[in-house]
Every structure is written in C-alpha cells, then in structure tokens.
Design a protein around this ligand. Structure first.
Ligand code: R5P
Length: 295
C-alpha cells in the first residue's frame, strides 16, 4: 500500500476546457491513437514533414550502387533521417536495434529486374511487421501496369492488415516504362491509392502541375528522388516538391550515391524541415564538405 496522500487534490482548473489538438497530417485526423503515434514517428510533429531515407532497392535489383555495404554506407547516416525505408532482411541483419526513428518496411516483392516487375505478391506477415515495430508498410502499386489489379489487391489487403494493428500503409506508385510520368498519371495513381485507403502515398515529382497532384490527393504525399542528379538539381527537386504541397521526401540514390551522403541528407533536411531554398541548402552542403571532405 502506498502512503496515504495528505494533500488534497485541488487543481481541477474548472472552466478550462481540455483541448484536443488537430493532428499534423492531412487526412489523418480520424485515425486511431496507435497509428497516429506511428505516423508521428515518420513525420515530425513540429513541421509535419519527413525525410525518409530509402534503401530498399535491393529487393528487386540486388546490390545497387551505393548499397553494396549498407552497414558502411547507410548506418552512419541513419541518424539524420526521420525514417528508414527498407526491407526486413536488411533491418534484421544490419540495422542496430538501438535505432529509434520510424521504420517503413517493404511489404511486397516477388519479381526481379530480370522479369516483369509488376508481378508482386505480399511478402511479409503482419505478425512480423508488429514484431519489428514497423510504423508503416510499403506496397508497390502499378496503375496501368500488367499486374495492376494484383498490385491493387496487395495494397487493400495490407491496408486491412495494418488497420487491425494500427500500422500505416504507404502506397508506392510505380510507373511502368511505357507510361508518362506526368501530373495526369500521378493524379490518377495517387488518388486511386488514397481512395482505397492508403495512409500516405509515394510518387514522383512532376515538372508541371505537381500542385494538382498534392491538392487532389486527400492524404500526405512523399516524393521519390529517382535517378542520381547533381546535388543542386536534387535539392531543387526537394524544394519544389515541398513548396508545392509534398509532406516529405523518400529519397535514396540522390543521398546514398552522393559524393557525401552525410552532407547531402543534412542539406535535404534543411529544405524539408526548415523551408530553406535549394541555394541555401547547396551552400550548406558545400560548407559541410569543406568541414569534412570525406564521409
Ligand atoms: C525503389 O524501388 C524503391 O522503392 C525506392 O525506395 C524508391 O525508388 C526511392 O528511392 P530513389 O530516391 O532512389 O528513387
């Protein structure tokens, strides 16, 4: 038995309403506590934005340039990311369990670059996702692709599994070789994913009308970085995407294939979380290079 508390409770603040805060992410206000908490581990509640470091490329293309040794290239810079996007194989084998940022686990797979990429199946159980403390599961969706219907079915099944456990679903819009990466396609693909229940959607930035993509998608959008660009161009891409309504970047090659991945991810953070211009972020990148020319 605890000692009897002799001080009478009297701080009832009568007349002061208990406030309910508005959740910091678009379209997420009516999600459950657990899912909102996991989303807060992906998107910084102070800015509503996220820097996700994507290095799941090996799940269909093996040891990608820059990811030959994830222990040497990614682990040292993981602390600069809000969230890691990766496979469970790399998570278990390489990432220290002391990592406390968000985890977005690749949840589909089954085809390689040697075959038709859209022929994917669900590649993880919800039990294992819970065991690994995933904040979200990432599902590749091939709108207009050969296995469109199968990939959409993968998405809806993962959403149902995730909803039962408070784990979010990231729909990753994969654009086939024959499809135009324009705003019209991205509006179609992102909206279908959101309508079917995705918690947030990953897509590519479009040079024209990207604002119409973010505006017509009722849940947050993060952009993929795509092929390696010069640092100035990659920072401009991130800047434009954020200014035009993206909630974050899920960037891989433009970080881990950079001359200085550590400097690059810190420059990207400046754009995403501080609203810095691409020019300011590039100056910061260069100053970090001068301070520490080798990573
Ligand atoms: C590739 O299939 C993966 O889903 C990547 O996570 C995604 O493409 C983002 O990486 P990057 O910025 O290199 O395009």
């Amino acid at each position: 038995m605890p000692e009897q508390d002799l001080k009478a409770a009297d701080r009832y603040s009568l007349g002061t309403r208990q406030e309910s805060e508005i959740f910091h992410l678009k379209g997420a206000n009516h999600l459950g506590w657990g899912m909102q908490n996991r989303l807060s581990n992906i998107f910084d509640p102070d800015t509503g934005h996220a820097v996700m470091l994507a290095f799941d490329h090996g799940y269909f293309q093996g040891p990608t340039s820059g990811l030959e040794r994830v222990d040497l290239s990614i682990v040292p810079i993981a602390r600069y990311a809000d969230t890691l996007m990766l496979t469970r194989g790399i998570l278990r084998s390489v990432i220290p369990p002391t990592y406390t940022g968000g985890l977005v686990l690749r949840a589909t797979g089954g085809s390689s670059i040697l075959k038709e990429l859209s022929d994917e199946q669900i590649a993880i159980s919800i039990d294992d996702a819970v065991r690994l403390n995933a904040a979200a599961l990432a599902v590749q969706v091939f709108i207009g692709g050969e296995y469109e219907s199968q990939s959409v079915h993968n998405l809806t099944r993962i959403i149902d599994m995730g909803n039962r456990h408070g784990i979010a679903t990231l729909a990753v819009t994969a654009v086939g070789r024959d499809l135009a990466r324009d705003a019209r396609y991205m509006r179609l693909a992102t909206r279908i994913c959101a309508e079917l229940g995705a918690t947030f959607v990953k897509t590519y930035y479009t040079d024209d009308d990207f604002e119409t993509v973010t505006s017509s998608c009722p849940v947050p959008i993060v952009i993929a970085g795509g092929k390696k660009l010069p640092e100035a161009d990659a920072l401009t891409l991130a800047y434009r995407a954020i200014q035009e309504g993206a909630a974050g970047v899920d960037m891989g090659r433009n970080i881990f294939q950079s001359d200085s991945p550590a400097a690059m991810i810190q420059a990207v953070r400046m754009v995403v979380h501080e609203g810095a211009s691409a020019k300011e972020a590039l100056e910061y990148y260069r100053s970090l290079l001068e301070d520490s020319p080798r990573d």
